[in-house]
Design a binder for this molecule. Structure first.
Ligand SMILES: [Zn+2]
Ligand SMILES: [Zn+2]
Length: 516
């Protein structure tokens, strides 16, 4: 059985409405680990619905969390905001409502493409509307018990005057620099490092925030959460999950949600750790470079507990091929091979939206990677595909959209992550050449050979080999020569296929000019 079905079956044992939660603190570029969390939860959610059980998928953005420090990607001017909630700090680019939105909005938009549509909750709104008030009061009434739980389980000593509430200073707006002096419901007297002394009324929303170890279990109860996976960092002994379970059960009188612990995704390959923009690879970029069904496939095809390596280099092309193969098997076009597990379920869960009735039009991804470098726009790429009969004249709207989307991902990958060896540019004019006699001889001979042949990959491929043999010039020199006159470089994509996508007259003309 697929792992998501196993988790869904476990949930169904409790006959109730299920709320499956996932979330993030948008304090920086959203990490690819969060992608695993979202897709893991989405998979369990889908399995649940399939079994006819009611469920809700939610995404909680903890945008009331304070900015912890000036991260390397921030300007020094952010020093003054450290300690303030990230929903109340200006965004770094000036185009978003807040710092939190800067990292959150585009990520949430990109989730649509991958077929995940959770209900969004924002902690800053929940706090400000007073939705946490009850939980805050309960926490404060149980200060000693909570302190005891955290100290015992986390083996961490808390300050003598610790309370389970971080007051937001009314003057400097920071959550991290206040100390409570006296709590007497509903007021807390406090003192801030900025020199301000005051009093907040906890019946008013947004006057402070529960510390993370209390915030999390309080949220489980408030939102009725029954399932929430977490990364292995939170699952360590004495970690936030351990204290959360105890707090939710003993203080909030609510059963801890079921869960699965997911492993992180490691990065491999050139450009993996640092993209062109100089930041660590974000979840959003991972999505932009990978076709959505393929990214889902990577995660659906592996247990959440399995350590994964994401290769943003050539490995990405292999991953797409692997997916396409799975698709052919799913639609009965090919036999399954050893190692394909839960094939049907994996394929179904890999679809961002509906499962196609018949197999989507497949075009080898490597071909697409070549084609999008020949023509910039999809409409032009499509013309090549039609001219060379690689797609049918009456291509369906779905197939057209599907290929177009893949072309966009291939382009993003090429622009930002692809190794140089797969990149090229068709030169508009003959590049500066220094061809020797041997190379010119090859080109002259090739010109005669291919002029009279019909223009397709196989014919061109054969013509190159025939010419090489006939005039006894090493095949490697032949290929180098072709790439030199068209791309101005020594290497390039598979020559037969590549040339067949260029206009025949263009290629013949180029050869003539090169040997002039
Ligand atoms: Zn912004
Ligand atoms: Zn202050």
């Amino acid at each position: 059985m697929h792992w998501a079905d196993v988790l869904a079956d476990e949930l169904i044992k409790d006959d109730r409405k299920h709320v499956l939660a996932t979330g993030i603190t948008p304090s920086g570029p959203i990490h690819i680990g969060n992608m695993r969390e979202i897709l893991t939860t989405d998979a369990v959610y889908r399995c649940l619905l399939e079994k006819g059980v009611k469920g809700k998928l939610i995404y909680v953005a903890d945008d009331f969390d304070p900015l912890r420090k000036v991260y390397p990607y921030l300007s020094k001017t952010y020093e003054k905001y450290v300690g303030m909630p990230i929903s109340d700090i200006p965004c770094p680019c000036g185009k978003h409502k807040s710092y939190a939105d800067h990292f959150l909005i585009s990520f949430l938009n990109s989730l649509k493409e991958i077929g995940v549509k959770p209900k969004i909750y924002r902690a800053n709104e929940m706090y400000k509307k007073g939705e946490f008030n009850k939980a805050i009061q309960i926490a404060l009434d149980n200060t000693d018990k909570i302190k005891d739980i955290i100290q015992k389980i986390s083996k961490r000593e808390l300050p003598k005057d610790w309370i389970p509430f971080n007051i937001r200073c009314e003057k400097c707006k920071k959550l991290t620099s206040t100390k409570a002096i006296l709590y007497e419901y509903p007021f807390i007297e406090y003192r801030c490092d900025c020199g301000y002394e005051g009093e907040v009324d906890i019946r008013k929303g947004g006057v402070g925030k529960l510390p993370w170890r209390v915030d999390w279990p309080a949220r489980w109860k408030m939102l009725g959460i029954t399932f929430e996976p977490f990364g292995k960092d939170l699952g360590t002994t004495g970690g936030a999950r351990d204290t959360g379970v105890k707090i939710v059960e003993e203080i909030y009188d609510y059963p801890a949600p079921k869960y699965t612990v997911y492993e992180f995704i490691m990065l491999k390959g050139k450009g993996a750790m640092h993209s062109s923009k100089g930041t660590a690879l974000s979840a959003e970029e991972m999505l932009k470079m990978t076709p959505p069904e393929v990214l889902r496939f990577l995660l659906m095809n592996n247990q959440p507990s399995k350590h994964l390596v994401f290769d943003s280099g050539l490995g990405l092309l292999n991953l797409v091929d692997e997916y396409d193969k799975e698709e052919r098997v799913f639609f009965g076009k090919e036999e399954a091979i050893k190692g394909m597990k839960d094939l049907k379920k994996v394929y179904e869960l890999s679809q961002p939206y509906d499962i196609a009735k018949k197999i989507p039009l497949q075009l080898p991804y490597r071909h697409l990677v070549t084609l999008v470098q020949i023509e910039e726009k999809w409409s032009d790429t499509k013309k090549i595909l039609l001219r060379t009969n690689q797609i049918p004249k009456d291509i369906s709207h779905e197939d057209d959209e599907h290929l177009k989307q893949r072309a966009e991902h291939a382009k993003y990958w090429l622009d930002n992550f692809a190794p140089d060896m797969v990149k090229f540019e068709v030169k508009k004019k003959v590049p500066k050449l220094n061809l020797n006699e041997e190379q010119k001889k090859f080109l002259s001979s090739l010109l005669i050979n291919i002029s009279k042949k019909s223009w397709n990959a196989e014919n061109i491929h054969n013509a190159i080999y025939e010419t090489s043999e006939k005039i006894k010039i090493p095949i490697k020199t032949c290929f180098n020569t072709i790439y030199q006159i068209i791309l101005g470089q020594e290497k390039g994509p598979r020559a037969g296929y590549f040339l067949s996508n260029l206009d025949k007259d263009f290629v013949l003309e180029r050869i003539k000019e090169a040997i002039k």
